[in-house]
Ligand binder design. Structure first.
Ligand code: RIB
Length: 299
């Protein structure tokens, strides 16, 4: 069983020919809303991959609360640990440029009310061998408490180091498995502007020091990872991206689901990378997360 302890947002999305520079106004082509939030996206990905998933976090009592949870609910994600706070549901303001790249500003709202007590409740409902998945879009003390609690209960922790925050490197040391993009990994390793050789050396060094499994997503260049001193590489699919929002979350959710299913580590990486590629072919974070069968047909 997987519990995702993290953020739930409503995404407000505008598409533009190109992303604006600071201070510039550009014309938008379309506007839409979609359920999002790194935590909720990862929970939905794990659920669409076929696993039992609990979502723990917070929404508000406003008009965005229900649509933010709608796809999770439709998919059968267990939502008892989602509280309804007095703050408004978290929102993400997203611009997607013509090349599929994006800019995002997140207003945490209710996500900011998640506490260490919520962490305790989430952990208390889990069992040895379960998987706890976290990101960095809820308050740091809650993330830290959940990681510490999981360790005492032999629960496997998967921490996605996104978005990059000041505490990322410190929190990254507390998880069993860390998933990071290139920039996030540089923060974890304490080294900037790494080339491929330096990245591999840093993976070996950190894995040697901490014993952690480390996974670095490299966008179109695939994934490099290390587990028990062994380096793994995999790639996703060759695609023309329409919208990359949520692709990293899809990778994380599918990876956790594959571990929970007992798949081999290398198979889990490839499946997650393929799922992440497929998530770039449609607009919106949650609407673009592929179903298990769609991913299986591309492996
Ligand atoms: O990772 C994508 C997500 O980041 C979006 O859904 C948005 O809500 C922000 O949290």
């Amino acid at each position: 069983m997987i519990t995702v302890f993290g953020s739930i947002n409503m995404d407000l999305i505008a598409t533009t020919e190109r992303l604006p520079k600071p201070g510039e106004t550009v014309a938008g082509n379309s506007f839409s809303t979609a359920a999002g939030g790194k935590g909720a996206n990862q929970a939905l990905a794990a659920r669409r991959a076929g696993r039992t998933v609990h979502m723990a976090g917070a929404v508000g009592k406003d008009g965005f609360a229900e649509p933010a949870l709608a796809l999770l609910k439709d998919a059968g994600t267990l939502l008892e640990a989602v509280k309804h706070a007095d703050e408004p549901t978290g929102t993400a303001l997203i611009l997607v440029g013509g090349d599929g790249e994006n800019m995002i500003a997140v207003v945490p709202g209710a996500n900011g009310t998640v506490t260490t007590s919520d962490a305790d409740l989430a952990i208390a409902a889990m069992n040895k061998g379960d998987i706890l998945m976290l990101q960095l879009e809820i308050p740091v003390p809650a993330v830290e408490q959940a990681l510490a609690g999981a360790r005492t209960r032999n629960i496997t922790t998967v921490l996605n180091l996104a978005p990059l925050i000041d505490d990322a490197a410190r929190l990254g040391r507390l998880a069993d498995i860390v998933i990071a993009n290139e920039t996030e990994f540089e923060r974890l390793a304490g080294q900037e502007n790494m080339g491929p050789d330096e990245r591999e050396a840093a993976l070996k060094r950190l894995n040697g020091e901490t014993g952690q499994t480390l996974i670095v997503t490299l966008g179109a260049d695939g994934v490099i990872a290390i587990r028990d001193s062994v380096i793994f590489r995999t790639t996703g699919l060759k695609i023309e991206p329409v919208d990359t929002v949520g692709a990293g979350d899809t990778f994380c959710g599918y990876f956790a689901a594959s571990l929970d299913e007992g798949l081999d580590f290398e198979v889990a990486l490839r499946r997650a990378a393929v799922a992440g590629s497929l998530a770039c072919l449609k607009q919106g974070a949650q609407p673009s997360i592929p179903l298990r069968a769609d991913v299986a047909s591309k492996l």
